[in-house]
Structures are given as C-alpha cells and as structure tokens.
Ligand binder design. Sequence first.
Ligand code: PLP
Length: 833
Amino acid sequence: MSYTIEEITRIIKAKRIGDNQTIINWLLTDSRSLSFPDETLFFALVTSRGDGSKYIADLYSRGVRNFVITNYENQILAKFQSRGISPYADANFLEVENPLKALQKLAAYHRSQFDCPVVGITGSNGKTVVKEWLHQILASSKKIVRSPRSYNSQIGVPLSLWQMHSDADVAIIEAGISQPDEMGALESMIRPTIGVLTNLGGAHQENFFSMQEKCMEKLKLFKHCDVVIYEADNDLISNCMSKSMLTSREIAWSRYDMERPLFISGIQKDENETTISFRYLGLDNYYKIPFIDEASIENSIQCLAICLYLMIPADQIRAGMAQLEPIAMRLEVKEGKNNCLIINDSYNSDLSSLDIALDFHYRRSLQKGLKRTLILSDLLETGQNTSTLYRRVSQLISSKQVQRLIGVGKNLMNEFSKFSTIEKDFFNNTADLIEAIQLGRIKFNHESILLKGARRFGFEKVLEEIELKRHETILEVDLNALIDNLNYYRDQLQPKTKIMCMIKAAAYGAGSYEVAKTLQDRKVDYLGVAVADEGAELRKVGITSSIIIMNPEVSAFKQMFQYSLEPEVYSFHLLDSLLNAAEKEGITNFPIHIKIDTGMHRLGFMADDMPELVNRLKNQNALIPKSIFSHLVGSDSDVFDDFTKDQISLFDKAATELQAAFSHKIIRHICNSAGIERFPEAHYDMVRLGIGLYGVHPSNKPILKNVNTLKTTILQIKDLDKIETVGYSRKGVLTRNSRIAAIPIGYADGLNRKLGNHNGFCLVNGQKASYIGNICMDVSMIDVTDIPCKEGDEVIIYGNDLPAEVLAEKLGTIPYEILANISTRVKRVYFLD
Ligand SMILES: *Cc1c(COP(=O)(O)O)cnc(C)c1O
C-alpha cells in the first residue's frame, strides 16, 4: 500500500507547497530513524522535548523531500535571507494546524481501508507479551500485522497502523495511555473489533484521580468493538465494565464463576510448565504453557480467549501454547572478544524490529567509534515475497550504514546479490558460521556486532563464541531497570511531590557514581548519602544534584561547606557544633535538614525538643532549615500500621510547629520505599526511595525489575569419589560420587560464609547448585553432579532468577545486607540503553 502525495494532502486536509510527484511508503517522526528518504514523509511534530522542524534541513540533505509542518512562512521561508524563495525547490511541504493530528488522521484513513479483525490491546502490564504470544500462536495459519515492540502511544499507534496491508488476516495493535482523554484519539484510529484489557497496575497513576477513572478511560478503546475480553475476577474491571454500557459481546473469563463465558476450571503447576483447563461453549479442554508464573498464566488466558473468538482450532491453540517463547523486551548489550561490542536482539525477526535494532546499533557504534557489523538470519516474515523482502532488508542495511554483513540461512544465501556494496559472507546455517569462527576464517575486531536471528537459528550459540568471558566475579548493574523502578515509584506520587533517592552504602552496592549520574539525568530532587566523604567524591566527579548527608561527622563540616553537602541535624550537640563552624567561616543560610525521632529511637530530636529547637534556629542566620523529616520503623508490615500512623501524626505536629516559625516553605518527608506504596497520605512534600530503586520490593511483589546481578564463572571441575571431602576441615562430606566445581568468589568478595555446607545455592545454567563445604576467602565449591556444565560456564550468585531475598532468607537477614556487602574489589559493569 502506498499513497501519492496528492492523496495524502487530501486525506489530512493540508495546504500543499511544492509540486514534486512522489509516492509515500514510510512515515517518519524521529529524524534519527530515517531509512528510505525518497519514499518518506516526515512529520515535524512539536512536543515538550522539541520542535521537529529543526530537523528539516538535515533530512533534506539526506534526501527527504516530503514534510508535514505547521507554518511554512515561519518554519521555512523565514529561515532564508531572500524571503519568498525557499531553496528546497523540489520538496513538498504540507501545511496543517497540528502535524500529530495529521499523522493520526492519515493512520485512521489507512486503517479504514481494511476490514480484517483488528485486536486492540490495552492495560497497564502485559500488552506486549499478549501481542507477541498471540502472534506466535496465530502465525502458522494467518498473516499478521502487529505493533513493533511497544509502539503504543499517540505517535506509536499511527506508525503501527501504517503497516496494515491488504494481505493481512489480522492486525494486533497495542494502545497505551498516560493521561486522561488520550484513549479517544487512539480508538478512532485503531477502531478495534476485538478489545482486550490485560491488567491494571499503578503505571501513570499520577494523572488519574483513581484507578476507576483510569479503567474507565481504557475502556473507551472498546467503544466500537464486536467483543471485549477481560478478567471477570478483577472487581475493579468488572465494575467498570458494567458501568461502561458497552454494547459489545463479552468474553469475560473467570477462575471461580462457572457462569462466565470462559471458565478456567483448573490451573496445575508443575516444575516448569502449567496445565490450564477451561470450559467454553459447554466444551472442556486444556492447554499447557512452558511457564509457571502468574503473569504468564494470565497472559496466556487472554490469548486463549482471543483465539477462541477467532475460532482457531483447539489443536492449533494447544500446539501454539506449548511452544510459547519468552519475550525479550530489550536489546541486550554485551562485551565481545577483541574489543567488540555485541548487541543481541532476540525479540523477534521481522523488518520493523530489524529497523529498530539497526537504529540502536548505529547510535551505539557511533558513541564508541566501532565498525558496524550485522549478523542476520533469514527473516521469518510471513506473507511477503522473498525478493521484495530482501530488497527492503538491503536498503535498510545500507541506510543504517552497516559496513559488514554476515547472513545465515537459505533465503539470504539465495538473495546475496542484493547486498552489493558491503563486506559480506553468507552461511547456510548457524553451525557453518560457528565453525568458520572457530577455525578463524571469520574474525571480529573492534566492531559493534548486531546479532539478529530468528529463534530457530539458535544465535545464542553464536553469542557464546564471540562474547568475552571474564574469568572473574562481576556485579552487573542494569541501569535501565533502575530507571524503570524509579518510574514505578514516581508514578505513585502527585506531580508536585519531590523525590530523594538514597544512594548510601555505594548505592546499596550498585556503585555511587553511575547510579548518581543516572538519577541526576532523570532529575531526581535529592540524593542521600551516609557520610561526607561519599558526597565529596560525587562532587569531584561532577554530580551537581542536591546531596544530603545522613550522618554528618563533626570533623567533616569544612568539606560539607566546600562542596555544598547538606547535613542532617539530629541533636542539639550537632546543631551547636555546626553553627559554630558555619559562623566561623562567615557562612549564612547554609541548608540543613532536621531529623525528628518519632519512634525509631536512633537519631533525632524528640517531640518535646521542638520549642527549644525552634528557638535556637530562629536566633541565628548561619543555618536554615530546608527540610524536616522522620523515619518509619515498620512501614513494610501491617502489623505496625497503628504505630506507623502514630509516627506520622507525631511528625506532622513537629513539622507544623517548625513551619509556623518560618516564612519560607520547609519540605516535609517521612516515607521510605515501603511507605511510598503503603501510605500515600503521608507522601508530604517529598519521599525517600531506597531499596525499591534497586529492585527489591519491600513487600515482595514482583513488579520491580532486578538491577544487580552478581555472577562469576566456573574455574575448574573435578569428579570425586564419594569417600573424598571438599574444602577446609573436611566439612564438605560427599554422599555419592560427585562433580564439584570451584568458582572464584569467597567471603572476601561479600559472599556470606554461612551459605556454605549446603545452606545456600547459586545457579549454573539455570539450575540450583548448592555450596559444598566451607566457603573460602576467595573461592567456593559447588555441587554440579546433576547439572550439565563445563569450565568457563557462567554462575549466577544472585540476580533475576535467584533474588537477593532468597539468600537473605537462608541467612536470616534482610536483602539490604546482601546488597550492601559486596566488596569493592568486585568489578561493577553497567548497562544503559
Ligand atoms: C536508607 C534510608 C531510606 C530508604 O529506605 P528504604 O527502605 O531502602 O526505602 C529512607 N530514609 C532514611 C533516613 C534512610 O536512611
């Protein structure tokens, strides 16, 4: 499907300047993502982050000739000396009031040309997984168009819809909203015939009065649907559905209510698969999925309901479900051998995801000055003619300036002549490529390598060959996950509530500087460290955010003044010394933070100190109370809720007393991570986020993303007879002939010695390996008798699949201690997109 520029002008009701006859195939909103200049129409969107018209000159120089703008006079003509003549003589400018609305209008028109079923998916979590899984189940029998990755916004949806074509049997489109009133615009573009509501979480809560308001807004997507699919057991969703007066049919599914159209009669979890039984239209049936977590079960049921409605045969549903694959949401960046950078994209294999990955690859390689190499397998795109498909691939590759191509698969082999100008090699299959690498016929050096393979090509084996294996223990820190966690908490705050992030103890082990830098870039209001030295170090490396010192040492006042580090003040003694020091230096209005003890009984002024404290603060001008705060002792547990409420009211009273004495606003804060979630009424002016930022959920809900992964590698493996023992004091007694692996991590790295002697375990190739014998200072031994593994294999001490909480439980401690105890000699490796 393509449109002439005249047609588009008519559809979006634009005023056209220019008379170049062109055909448009591609819509562009981000100038960095340009692929096919001749056939591209650029929409110069005006957003809070910038004005798209700034990029017109650059795009023109790269060959783009078609632009949608708001004001030709201002944006084009006014830029040139000789007014009245634009130097872009051969370009078309389509002038409209609002380029975003024009983009949406065009997408809506395009969508209206087709009458295949359109599945519209909305909800807070699970949209992308449901979309991709549905695609995995249906792909064997239907031609599908779907949103790339999670293109679900006001801009992403039109770009997704633009992909619809006349051969498609089904379109699957995600719709995401962050503000009230957005869904109407998405609905009128998508016009879904099948509506799916996945689930509702707290994301983007700040702009909605209540969950109910948010739910009602989401339901607007279903205004013209033939059928709506949702979980009937969720009271909020059910209530909203009945209030919404939608006239569509419903496939509400329930685990408890047999009267619902889709009754889930049984969920049976085994070691690594779940069997789900259901009754639909009076018939009993079942399917299995290779996952056991709740989210996957729920997502699979949503897919089931859609398939049932589409009348997909039961055996196809069962076959598809059994083979569902996990969805890798992110591109993985790894270190390669010979100074290479590896970008691994196992998300899926089609043209639009190749485009996105190449984009990322291009930007990354520029940052590092590396040659761009692409290792690509055949695309398993259904419904496109191979020759057209690979012509597109070839154009994409050259527009994203790939310098070296390694193609794997029969189709790429056959089409190799299409890739004319670059360094290239082709292989029939993955095994041949691996052999060539092992024999040194294919070498990589100083390259940025994008690995993009369909799953069946098993590119993880290629990754294994080219990835740099470090024979050492490292702590991997996923800063993307940290940002996601920050946003998870931010979404629960009122827009005006400030946020302080606690980065004491080297950011709970993750590393102060990188975490501070990441948070500073995300504009958090304060960083909290324990001692002045930590703050000074951050200043020296360029951290400019406001920093609070929680335990200010009397010996470090000078440092605090010099580096603007704002101390917590918790006693009269501290107040007097600080005042003294400040006055000596002739300092005025130095910000301090008043700590109130409301029940922790650690540090802080008591409630009856307030009158004297106010008095002392009033009678000087060296220091100024910038904030007042207290710390909750049990905000994570409802056992202490009464106590917590008492703490809050004591704090409230103290804060009011202090504020009454000053005319400037004094910031109040009391909530830590658990408090943020459990006591929204006590957010006051600021909250202090700690453990949740690092991915440990204070109340064990798995919504947060894992940030720290402590990993190492197997140094040596030994087969031992059962009469042998392992380690110091012959503690590691064998009960059978065993395979024992040694790993380079010990208690000097922060691995707690009490995990030894089978008290704890790590993961080798995904399986549990328990620590045998005593843990040594630098090395530990693990039992791998039942685990296929070899020397050099990776060992996870803790991470996503083995949370720090599990280790904490084995040790009778809290995850905070596990995180903070990793020694500084363990190298930290950071990831950030
Ligand atoms: C560490 C700390 C926090 C953060 O607590 P979490 O439970 O990790 O969220 C908040 N306030 C103070 C004063 C702290 O010392």
